[in-house]
Design a protein around this ligand. Structure first.
Ligand code: GLY
Length: 356
């Protein structure tokens, strides 16, 4: 069992990393909810909803809301269904929502918690690796709007995050790899020993060896907490978590979300690494070595889009301010660098590398 604390200026909360749900009752009980609504999707509900409901029922009356799985349902109309359920079940200001599922469930439930009655408690129980190492921690909540990813949302921190890493055993490997991409990201930007851990323990991590995967989850949460504690609302430092994302989001959008987010981040990180190579921050050997880390995890590192289309799309990203690209790259492995004066030619070269 591991316990990590996130400490933002307004709120501190624990992240529990377990291999079962045995400590969930105690963890939730201290939040003293008047009622609980468990929100889940049609993929995850059949696996864990009844078990979680049984664990939480002695704490407070429990209702449930299950919506159709998939990013295509991550919109405001689905949230309307959430609110209807909350009103029907008379959830009040002391009630708590429990997000049981992957990133879509967590982001939407968090947004519903931030807005229902101007804000009620919520608890994250992430069941995908991507949600466990990234999206359930740090309080980013929201929905997509007219094809724009996470365009409407709020920073809203949970009461706690409860990770049962045994839930990963039901995931297909492709989903695991997508989560690993976000975890490796922390190695590139702030934690060289963590990056080395992926190289040394690749097979164990890929086969979900319990010690190795729990370490990956815990160290990712520590890295994310380290960043979020200093910059909850992305006024500065938190932007480093977008390493690989500026390129990756463009790829994700141009493929019409048919690739997984983590897969696009892997492709985007290779572009960001090439960009570092262009700036002479890392050697050609290092570039190839780090690209291999991703490839060996069975992540994509190239795409067949046109370089120009990716470049244009990057300017449409909601994180682009005043038409200026901000490239998150590295000055060495484990050491981030934010380039606010990116030259078009260098960015295009990086894009050409991932489309070659
Ligand atoms: N996933 C990036 C962030 O939470 O800031």
């Amino acid at each position: 069992m591991d316990k990590i604390t996130v400490s933002t200026p307004n709120k501190s909360y624990p992240i529990y990393i377990e291999r079962d749900f045995d400590s969930l009752y105690e963890a939730v009980k201290v939040t003293a909810p008047s009622k609980i609504c468990i929100v889940s999707d049609t993929n995850v509900a059949p696996l864990y909803l009844e078990e979680i409901k049984k664990i939480l029922s002695p704490i407070a009356p429990v209702c449930t809301h299950v919506f159709p799985a998939g990013e295509s349902n991550k919109h405001i109309d689905t949230i309307k269904g959430f609110y209807e359920c909350f009103i029907e079940n008379k959830l009040d200001r002391k009630s708590a929502l429990v997000a049981l599922g992957g990133g879509v469930v967590g982001d939407m439930t968090g947004f519903a918690a931030a807005t229902y009655m101007r804000g009620i408690k919520f608890i994250q129980i992430p069941t995908t690796l991507l949600a466990q190492v990234d999206s359930s921690v740090g309080g980013k909540t929201g929905v997509d709007f007219n094809g724009n990813k996470n365009m409407v949302g709020a920073f809203y921190q949970p009461e706690l995050v409860y990770i049962n890493s045994a839930t990963l055993n039901t995931l297909e490997y492709r989903q695991v790899a997508a989560g690993l991409a976000e975890a490796i990201k922390y190695g590139f930007i702030i934690d060289k020993p963590f990056l080395d851990f992926f190289i040394t323990n690749r097979e164990k991590i890929m086969s979900l060896d319990s010690f190795s995967i729990d370490y990956v989850i815990a160290q990712s949460c520590r890295c994310k907490a380290f960043v979020v504690d200093q910059d909850e609302k992305e006024q500065g430092l938190r932007a480093i978590l977008n390493f690989g994302h500026t390129f990756g989001h463009a790829v994700e959008t141009l493929y019409d979300f048919t690739l997984l987010h983590g897969e696009c981040v892997a492709i985007g990180m290779v572009a960001a690494l090439y960009y570092a190579y262009k700036l002479k921050a890392i050697s050609k050997e290092a570039l190839e070595k780090y690209e291999r880390v991703l490839l060996d995890m069975k992540l994509p590192v190239r795409c067949d889009l046109s370089p120009e289309s990716i470049y244009e799309q990057m300017f449409l990203d909601k994180k682009t301010t005043s038409g200026k690209l901000k490239i998150i790259t590295i000055k060495a492995a484990g050491s981030y660098f934010i380039d606010t004066t990116a030259k078009e030619e260098d960015v295009l070269d990086a894009i050409r590398y991932i489309t070659s």
